[in-house]
Each structure stands twice: as C-alpha cells, then as structure tokens.
Design a protein around this ligand. Structure first.
Ligand code: ADP
Ligand code: MG
Length: 578
C-alpha cells in the first residue's frame, strides 16, 4: 500500500499536523472551563466573590480556541480526503489497467461481478482505510493518551479511577474485534455474489422477461441479499452490545469520580471546576475508545478489501507475451500443427489433433454442429488462449512468439457475439482503427451491407448506439461488427458466424462486396449455412473438436458423412444439395 501512499505522503503529514492542532484544542478546553467555574463563578481565589470580567475574558478565549479547533478539523478533513482520494484514484486506474491485460481464463476465474466490486467498492474501502488511519490513529492516540495525562495532572485520584476502568473497556473491545474479524471477508464475498447476479440479470433482462423468470431471479437475488443482511446484522449485534458496555463502564468511572470528588471538595482537596474538567476528560477518553472501534471496523474492512485488490494486481496471466513485432515476409498464412486444446478447468478437449493449412489469399469456410469447436479455433488463432498441445503458426511464426498486440493487429475479426459500444455508429465502425476518415468508414459500411440502414437512421453515421446496441436489430449489429472488421487494414479476416442473422440475399451481396473490396485478404468464414460455405475455396468440417473433412463442396458431398448430413438437413433433398 505504501507504493500508492508514498506519492501523497506530504498531504498525509499536513493532515496529521492539523489533527494535532484540533486535539490540542480539545484538551485545552476543560482547563479553561475549570478557570471559569473556579475563579469566575465561585471566586475560589478571591474569597468567594465571582469575577464577571474573568468569565468574559476566558469566554472569549474559549470561543477563539473553539474556532481554531474547528478550522484545524476542517483543514484536516480536506487534506486527508485529498490524500486518500488521490491514492484511491491511482489504485483504481492501475486495477483497471491490470484487468485490461487479463487473459480470458483470468477473467473467467474472477468473474465480471467480482471484478466490478473489486475496482469500485474494494478500492473505496482501501481509500477509507487510509483516511481513517490518518485521521483516526492520530486523533484517538492523542485524545486517549492526552486525556489520561491531563487527568493525572489534574488529580492522581481521578487518573487512577479512570485507569482502573480502562482494562475492562479494552477487554470488551478485543472480544468484539475477534468475533467481527471473520465477518469482513464474508461480507465482501456476499457483495460479489450480489453484483454477479445484478450484472447477469440487468444485461440479460430480455431473456429473463422472455422466459418469464422474473420471480425466480427475484428469489435468487433475495437469497443473496438475505445472506448479506444476515452478516450485516451479526455486525450490528456485536457492536450494539459493545458500545453500551463501554459507555456503561465509562459512566461507572464518572460516577466514582463524582462520589470521590464530592468528598474531596468537602475536604478541600479538590474544587468543583476540577471535577467538571475531570468529567470532560473522561468523556473525551470515551470518545477516543469508541473511535478506536470505528477505526478498527474501517481498517479491518479496508484490509480485507486490500487483499482482494491485491489478488487482482498480483494475478499472473497464463499467457506470456512474446517480443516478435509481427513483421514477416509471408503474409496471410495460417497453420495448425497437431493442435489439441482443453479450456482451463475443463477435462473435455475442445479441439483434438487439428491439422490445417490456410494459404495466403485463400477463403476457408468452417462448418460443423454447435459445440464442435469452431469458435475455439478462433480463440486460439487470436491467442485468447494457448494451445494445450501442438503449435499454431501465423505467417510462419508461432503465435506465442508474437507480442499479443502485434499478432492481433494482423486480424480483422467479427466475433460470434456482436459487441457494440455506446458511441456513434461511425465510432463503432472505426473502433479498431484510430483516425479512420469518413470515406473509409462509408466504404466499410457499404461492403458490410450496412450503409443503407445507417444512412436511413435519423442522424446517419452520427446516430448514437444504445448500451450493448439495444436500439439495433441482431442483423444490424452483425453488419456493424463486420464493417468494423473490414475497415481494419488486416492480413486476415475472420467472421465467426457473423452473418447468421442476415437473409440469404443480403449475405450473398455481402460476400460479393467483400471479395471485390479485399481480394488479397485471407478469409476464415465460420458459418452454419451450406449456402454460405459453398462459395469458399475450401470447406473444413468440424465435429466434436476434430476436423472430419476438408475440401470443396463436391468432394465433401462424396467423402464426408457429417457434411452430407448438414447439407441434406438444410436443402431438403439430394438433387438440390448436389
Ligand atoms: N470458456 C469456456 N470454458 C470451458 N469450455 C468452453 C468454453 N467455451 C467453450 N467451451 C466448450 O468448448 C466446446 C466448443 O465450443 P465452441 O468452440 O464455442 O463451439 P462452436 O463455436 O462450434 O459452437 C463446447 O463443448 C463448449 O462447451
Ligand atoms: Mg461458435
């Protein structure tokens, strides 16, 4: 944590100095009060005659001191916040940067809900911990210690009375701390769970409604919320027992001071002003101890959060970045050499012994039943995961040797799930290419068959896309994603089931335009429809993670039963299929 605090330590020091000022004022006040009572009101020094002039003088002093204390308190607040907010800001930025560098298995391991809680809530807790540390530790330490010293200076008897009560208060504090500590981590984990559900239900609200799952989801949310409330209640019970116990102990001490004090006043060993000052010091001590409880709460909670933030920051990517910059003589060649792959944590291989060679400028189509491993193929090509066995070469170089950004720069990809961002259509298309001009964007949109609906939109290319593209149809989103891939001056184009929502006529126009616009590009088209894959130079057929056939439509019709089955199921009869 020091790494983050170091930059703002000067603010922390200034804040602590103002805090010292505030506490000194607090400790000085009872002495003034004693003067007013003993000398101003009771006139103990002047034979029992009060001194209104002294009351006024000391009163003005007190007012001045209170204002000074208030100013110190406010300035302490300002500097503490400047320090802990700046530190929290840095931590949040670093956390986000780290998450952006995560590989997919890291993402899956943490889960989106937990990552969001860690970047928002946990970072806030850490920043509160630092604030509480600066404010609380100085204040509590000085106030508790200072009150005891002042009490002893006032009267050793009063000091002894309070000192006797102190061990009982501390014992009470320790018991509560020990029973509350395990609850903090549980609280954060339960908050994760709530965020996970929220995230799933809000982004998937359409499916929830379509499947009439509102009641079920409400119950699921209610259960997670209930668990959180239960833990919070346990906290409440612990602290609602502790606070009055400490208070009671303190008031017992105050009562004993009053009893003993009244005897001493009669004996002439103490004055009423001294008793008043002693009571004020005792309540200040109580304030200090109670504040210790709050500090403990914030620090324990902040520390639990800090451990969770550290988990993110210390998480090591399974993918090691290479240092090859991607400049190759060959362009647009791809080769799978006996590649097998299991997803992390899964026993079932998603790909088995894949041998595949794609030549420069070739169009390779991949077809196969759902779950046969088509998208996994793309995940490996873009190095979202590393192969479990075998190697994958892009332009003759193993993908593990590339800098990941250099490798992905070679590809324009429209993935299976079209992700749009809440900016204009133009910015969505130009997402992967910084500084793309209007003409290039319009050309890409024309190729992707998106131009007509974009131009018909109220603000044309400046039309704003709603969150996750909610104001566009499935086919429109796919075409924007395709335009984004086409705009990128890449060696390879990969479409993972990206034209599945288009009608056959639009799809045919799309692939004709694509061939005309980017003839030099190596294209990998994953599709479910025979009509789509037929136009490719070669078709690879996948089944249960293996390539079970590769060749032209005619060759596969003769040699590949899986392909023939898909074909018959779509074309209806054998003559049409042939
Ligand atoms: N992130 C993942 N973790 C674990 N298994 C996965 C993951 N993604 C896909 N799979 C599994 O890998 C297999 C192939 O999936 P995929 O490549 O998406 O199929 P396709 O694109 O051909 O429909 C499936 O059995 C699927 O359950
Ligand atoms: Mg898929």
């Amino acid at each position: 944590m020091w790494h983050y605090i170091r930059r703002y330590v000067h603010l922390a020091v200034i804040a602590a100095l103002f805090m010292v000022g505030e506490v000194l004022v607090d400790l000085f006040q009872p002495a003034l009060m004693r003067q007013i009572v003993d000398n101003g009101v009771l006139g103990l020094n002047s034979g029992g005659v009060g001194d209104p002039g002294l009351i006024l003088r000391v009163g003005v002093w007190m007012a001045f001191v209170v204002i000074l204390g208030g100013a110190c308190g406010s300035l302490n607040n300002v500097f503490t916040h400047m320090c802990c907010q700046s530190m929290g800001n840095d931590l949040r930025k670093d956390c986000f940067k780290k998450i952006m560098s995560f590989s997919f298995d890291q993402m899956d391991r943490f889960g989106a809900g937990s990552l969001i809680t860690r970047v928002t809530n946990d970072v806030n807790q850490v920043s509160m911990l630092v604030g509480q540390f600066i404010r609380g530790v100085v204040r509590t330490g000085m106030l508790t210690f200072g009150s005891i010293v002042c009490l002893y200076r006032l009267s050793a008897v009063f000091g002894n009375i309070v000192l006797c009560a102190l061990p009982f208060m501390l014992a009470c504090l320790i018991i509560c701390i020990r029973s509350a500590t395990p609850l903090f981590s549980r609280l954060q984990a339960q908050l994760d769970k709530i965020n996970d559900i929220l995230q799933e239900d809000i982004s998937g609200i359409r499916v929830v409604k379509a499947c009439v799952r509102e009641v079920y989801e409400k119950l699921r949310f209610g259960k997670a919320n209930g668990a959180l409330i239960k833990t919070q209640l346990k906290f409440l019970v612990i602290f609602s027992v502790m606070n009055p116990t400490i208070n009671a102990l303190m008031y017992i001490a105050v009562t004993v001071i009053l009893l003993k004090g009244s005897v001493q006043v009669v004996e002439g060993a103490a004055t009423p002003g001294m008793i008043m000052a002693a009571i004020t010091y005792t309540t200040q001590l109580l304030q200090g101890v109670l504040m210790l409880v709050m500090i403990f709460q914030t620090i324990s909670r902040g520390y639990a959060s800090w451990k969770r933030v550290r988990e993110v920051m210390d998480s090591e990517a399974m993918l090691r970045d290479g240092n090859f910059d991607g400049r190759t003589d060959v362009r647009g060649e791809l080769e799978f050499r006996d590649v097998s792959f299991c997803y992390p944590g899964s026993q079932q291989p998603a790909l088995r012994h894949i041998h595949l060679n794609v030549r420069s400028g070739e169009t390779l189509a991949v077809i196969g039943p759902t779950g046969s491993g088509k998208s996994t193929l793309v995940n490996l090509i873009l190095r979202f995961y590393d192969t479990t066995e075998g190697e994958l070469l892009v332009d003759g170089v193993d993908v593990r040797r590339y800098r990941q950004t250099a490798l992905r720069d070679k590809f324009g990809a429209a993935l299976q799930k079209s992700e749009l961002f809440s900016v204009s259509l133009r910015e969505n298309i130009a997402w992967g290419v910084s500084g793309a001009d209007g003409n290039a964007v319009a050309n890409a949109a024309h190729t992707a068959q998106a131009a007509s609906f974009v131009e018909a939109s109220p603000q044309g290319y400046d039309t704003l896309v709603a969150e996750r593209g909610a104001n566009l149809s499935g086919g429109q989103k796919q075409r924007i994603s395709i335009a984004r891939a086409v705009l990128k001056p890449a060696e390879f184009l990969i479409f993972d089931d990206s034209s599945s929502a288009l009608d056959l006529k639009t799809e045919a126009a799309l692939y004709d335009a694509l061939e005309a616009a980017r003839p030099e590009c190596t294209k990998i088209l994953i599709a479910q429809r025979i009509a789509t894959v037929r136009r490719a130079d070669r078709i690879a057929v996948m089944d249960q993670g293996a390539i079970v056939g590769c060749g032209s439509h005619q060759e596969l019709m003769e040699s590949c039963p899986v392909y023939r089955d898909i074909c018959y199921s779509q074309m209806g009869n054998e003559e049409e299929a042939l």
